[in-house]
Ligand binder design. Structure first.
Ligand SMILES: *Cc1c(COP(=O)(O)O)cnc(C)c1O
Length: 316
């Protein structure tokens, strides 16, 4: 099971480098983004298992929950979303999930696991076969989605005769990053991929925890593919930068806001405060701090278009 979307890669000049931007926000489902790419893999599983209820977890502004609600509507299945009550606020993703008919259960952040377990067992009890999509589309299926995305990147490199020594993107649960790293490892025989820097800009997690989760995702995936021998090759080379988190998930500052406006004007590309804006800002600092010039740099735009409109609403 492989989906090749071949999302466009466009080239720009940025800070004296060639900046290529891969538009995952153009994936043709539910405003696109990395959660939409992952959703196609969950779609297969849901059909295979003949599930008749979708349950997932995430915040009110979550892109993943919007996509899961859209997937449920597409399959004509009911959808329940478990959300920590701590981060309830108005957002376009919230409005969209409501429009799509998904129901929400709020719980304390400390009660999430228990609430998920109880919800699933209640549904079984009522005669449903629920399918639980892990928060953020985390797990081997989500990893597979970004192994396949990496294949698109390699195909592009070969066709265009270009090589990306630096790949930047927003890293949350790290599933996207794990997939990109595995894709790179699985292709390392064909091209010299070991020097490639796959740089996740953390949007919330501190380095130590973030890296441990990415490592676990990589191990789980490679084990499932019976490629355990590749694990050691990436053990100490995971780059997950936590210096651009600002005050935490969803937290921004003036610098990021200005950058979002400037990138929209210059390149007509919408970024957001939570993910892509933070990642773009992190990349900008990295380029300047490391004095990169005339490099071929790839930025993966991981989506989140509705959050761009939240950003607009927040402007005075
Ligand atoms: C969820 C999300 C991410 C982070 O993806 P992970 O696979 O969880 O690391 C990045 N960008 C956007 C727009 C997202 O919605």
């Amino acid at each position: 099971m492989t989906y090749l979307f071949n999302t466009p890669i466009c080239r720009y000049r940025y800070l004296n480098n060639n900046l290529y931007i891969k538009r995952e926000d153009f994936i043709p489902f539910s405003f696109g983004g990395n959660k939409a790419r992952k959703a196609f893999y969950f779609l297969e599983e849901i059909k295979k298992k003949k599930a008749n209820y979708i349950v997932t977890y995430g915040s009110v502004s979550s892109n993943h929950c919007r996509v899961a609600a859209n997937l449920a509507a597409f399959l004509k299945l009911p959808c329940l979303i478990i959300t920590p009550v701590e981060n309830d606020h108005i957002s376009y993703n919230k409005k969209l999930t409501e429009l799509l008919g998904a129901k929400r259960i709020f719980c304390k952040v400390t009660d999430v696991k228990e609430t998920i377990d109880r919800t699933l067992s209640d549904l079984y009890h009522d005669g449903f076969y629920p399918y639980f999509i892990p928060g953020g589309g985390h797990g081997n299926l989500g990893t597979q989605a970004y192994v396949d995305c990496f294949q698109e990147i390699i195909d592009y490199e070969q066709k265009q005769n270009v090589y990306f020594p630096y790949v930047f993107f927003a890293s949350g649960t790290g599933t996207t990053q794990a997939g990109l790293i595995c894709g790179n490892l699985l292709n390392s025989k064909k091209i010299m991929n070991f020097h490639r820097q796959i740089i996740g800009i953390s949007i919330a997690r501190k380095k130590e925890y973030g890296i441990s989760v990415i490592k676990k995702s990589i191990c789980d995936y490679l084990e499932s593919m019976e490629k355990k021998e590749l694990i050691e090759k990436c053990q100490n080379s995971i780059v997950f930068l936590d210096e651009y988190i600002k005050k935490g998930y969803d937290q921004t500052d003036d610098e990021i806001d200005k950058l979002i406006v400037s990138i929209f004007k210059q390149f007509s590309i919408p970024l957001d405060r939570t993910y892509t804006g933070k990642a773009f800002s992190g990349m900008t600092h990295y380029i300047l701090n490391n004095k990169l010039t005339d490099q071929n740099i790839l930025f993966i735009h991981t989506g989140g278009t509705p959050l761009f409109f939240d950003f607009l609403e927040g402007l005075h």
